[in-house]
Design a protein around this ligand. Structure first.
Ligand SMILES: [Zn+2]
Length: 425
């Protein structure tokens, strides 16, 4: 087997600063756009960031049309509604305002309106065909209103495929927004629990990007076009992910306790983008792979202070509930990098033994989770040992990410990881 010997760094252009949302009219005009679809979800339709965005676009004479029906947990059905809207609207540009789901919906709308195809054609295998996107899309810009998806920098879109009850997605460099607009003004009203979950999501993105299987231990692609967006740990993703871990570990508790702290909020938002560059190129692995069935199989858990008000295990929560067990397991593959992660989180590892690496990192994560009010393991969100078979079954199809685990994890290992995630402290 020939191994990979190349890696790329793909990212969106980034504009950061308080109030930069007001420049979106200029930004889209510069791309030659005259008719723009603005995508957001139902909760944000009347929000300030949307009002500012529409005003800025219209102020430059751009015909801006609002689609405020993106689903907070997107599905193939909700994607298709946005796609139909996009096809009918004949837009020459796209702006997403919101969390990961608005951005993901916008990417899908742009993709299928630009390169029409049967829905399953571009969807990741084994669920879909995984056919490469044939060419560039229309210009899309993303304005995150949560800190923590990093979706503004990635070419990935995730949704629930209802027929199979599985999370899957589409991954292609073509889907990447051309610019992410990072404006701390847009996260000022973020509820505490949302800030905590999205912050821990980006922390896990960065930890997984650093500890993923290195790019040069992956099989080489048969054609450069088939090189995956998630390439494995590499020297460039290392830089961005490392800095993201430091910034989040230092600022997340402050953001959750004092939402009015502009400086801390700005740091965490910028860190989300850094983490996005890290994992958008390096990839994520088991904590993400295992999180999809956890979110998908929720029964009646309603997180305190979450705006949706219906049962949900938010993505960031699902990811971090599995993270301590995952890093205890993967540390064996490369104790050095796991100790390095713990050091970035503020632990003194100068005298740490390699065999303690997993425990030290897991402990640092649990400590931060407790400080920002996360539930104590999968049991606290309604799961028990009787659910483990189903959780494993839901993780196995997530090849695109689980195969980047630095230590192979089959059904038996996954079983144990879920059991170890039932209670964390
Ligand atoms: Zn994530």
């Amino acid at each position: 087997m020939k191994l990979e010997n190349a890696f790329t760094m793909d990212t969106s252009s980034i504009k950061y600063g308080q109030g930069v949302t007001r420049e979106i009219g200029y930004d889209m005009e510069e791309q030659g756009c005259r008719r723009v679809m603005v995508v957001t979800d139902r909760n944000l339709g009347k929000s300030d960031p949307i009002a500012v965005t529409l005003e800025a676009l219209r102020g430059r004479g751009i015909d801006a049309v609002l689609f405020d029906q993106a689903s907070v947990e997107p599905t193939d059905v909700s994607f298709k509604e946005a796609i139909a809207f996009a096809v009918k609207g004949k837009f020459d540009g796209y702006v997403a305002v919101g969390g990961g789901s608005s951005m993901d919906t916008c990417k899908a709308a742009n993709l299928y309106a630009t390169h029409p195809a049967d829905f399953m054609i571009y969807v990741n295998p084994p669920v879909g065909k995984g056919t490469p996107v044939p060419g560039p899309l229309k210009p899309m810009m993303a304005i995150p209103t949560t800190a923590g998806t990093g979706s503004e920098t990635t070419g990935v879109t995730i949704f629930d495929y209802l027929e199979m009850g599985a999370k899957t997605g589409i991954a292609s460099r073509a889907l990447r927004p051309i610019r992410g607009i990072i404006d701390p003004d847009n996260t000022r009203t973020l509820p505490k629990m949302v800030a905590a979950c999205t912050g821990l999501d980006q922390l896990t993105h960065a930890l997984e990007a650093l500890t993923a299987l290195p790019y040069n231990r992956r099989p080489a692609p048969d054609h450069p076009r088939l090189r995956p967006a998630y390439q494995g740990a590499n020297p460039i993703s290392h830089v961005w992910a490392s800095r993201a871990i430091e910034m989040i570990s230092k600022n997340l508790v402050r953001v959750v306790e004092h939402p009015g702290d502009d400086a801390a909020r700005g740091e965490v938002m910028l860190a989300a983008t850094y983490a996005g560059i890290g994992f958008g190129n390096g990839g994520v692995h088991l904590a993400h792979g295992m999180s999809y069935p956890v979110s998908g199989m929720v029964r009646d858990y309603v997180p305190e202070g979450y705006p949706s008000g219906h049962p949900i295990v938010p993505h960031g929560m699902a990811v971090c509930l599995n993270a301590p067990a995952v890093f205890r397991f993967t540390a064996q593959a490369d104790p050095g990098i796991h100790l390095y992660c713990a050091r970035l989180m503020g632990r003194d590892v100068s005298r740490a033994k390699p065999e303690a690496a997993g425990e030290i990192l897991a402990d640092a994560i649990v400590d931060l989770m407790r400080k920002v009010g996360m539930p104590n393991g999968l049991k606290a969100v309604g799961f028990g040992p009787q659910d483990v078979d189903k959780l494993v079954e839901g993780t196995l199809p997530q090849h695109r990410v689980t195969k980047l685990s630095p230590r192979p994890a089959g059904p038996e290992e996954l079983r144990q990881l879920f059991l170890n995630s039932m209670t964390l402290w």
